[in-house]
Design a protein around this ligand. Sequence first.
Ligand SMILES: C[S@@+](CC[C@H](N)C(=O)[O-])C[C@H]1O[C@@H](n2cnc3c(N)ncnc32)[C@H](O)[C@@H]1O
Length: 282
Amino acid sequence: MPLYKETARDVYLKAGSKGVALHCDPLVKRGFEQPQWYLDKRSFNIRIRAETVKQFLGDLKFENMLDIGCGDGSISVPLLTPNNRLTLLDMSETMLSIARSRIPSELASQVQLVNDHFMQARLAPRSYELIICCGVLAYVDDTRSFVEKLLSLLKPGGSVIIECTDSSHPVSYLGRLVGRTRSLIIPPKFPLVLHSSSDVIRTFTRLGFRRCGAFRYSLPPPGVRTLLSQDSLYKTVRAGFGTPSHNRFPWLGDECIYHFKHADSKGERVVGSESRALAVKD
Ligand SMILES: C[S@@+](CC[C@H](N)C(=O)[O-])C[C@H]1O[C@@H](n2cnc3c(N)ncnc32)[C@H](O)[C@@H]1O
């Protein structure tokens, strides 16, 4: 039976019981074609991601940027200036049109919109100095191929900012337990692919990346998320975990945002108007 005829609950239960990741792109695409459930309930987290990306980058300037799974554009559109270019890529047409509506009209000619699956998208090799990818790895079952393609698009010495949920963290275990119980009543839209943060770091390191920024935090538990406003949720996370420059209790966090730089083949040159690479311990 083709996957798209299965319900999300069927796929979720199968994935859970076999402990394997299933290819569920049609379900993911369908889930994000009507993205209000995500945009309304996770705007506090989108804000944290956008601020983290800005803080990682500081004064660095990039001429050509790519945002994979750009969603509503909140993370990368604010990085647009009259002097750079941005490619917004998302397989959800709806998300991409929301992202388009955020682009200031005077900068519209500097933005390319790509409505495609990342692994199928035809993008110019070695053309981006900065690639952002937040909230996408949870739908990627072959991380190695994904990161290899990402690397093929990056200019030598370029930067990648990637987000993942650390599946090996106790907070993540608890979240899955709640999710499994909830799925008996409300079928999930799609299953999530599990990645541990150490696997993600290992994949990037083996491909020649060096980690130069990290921010770890956890989302408030599901029950609390329904009670508090988005603004209060944002303040709760900030009060508990601080900011990338002062990350409190990172060991309590299963949400990870990493900044990686790729070593230039000629040496450790970092692309950007100012090199402020810092070695970061896990
Ligand atoms: C959880 S949202 C994250 C959006 C945004 N990056 C953020 O952090 O708020 C995931 C987005 O990635 C898109 N997406 C997931 N897998 C993708 C893929 N393989 N290729 C392109 N877009 C993808 C979805 O359509 C969705 O808009």
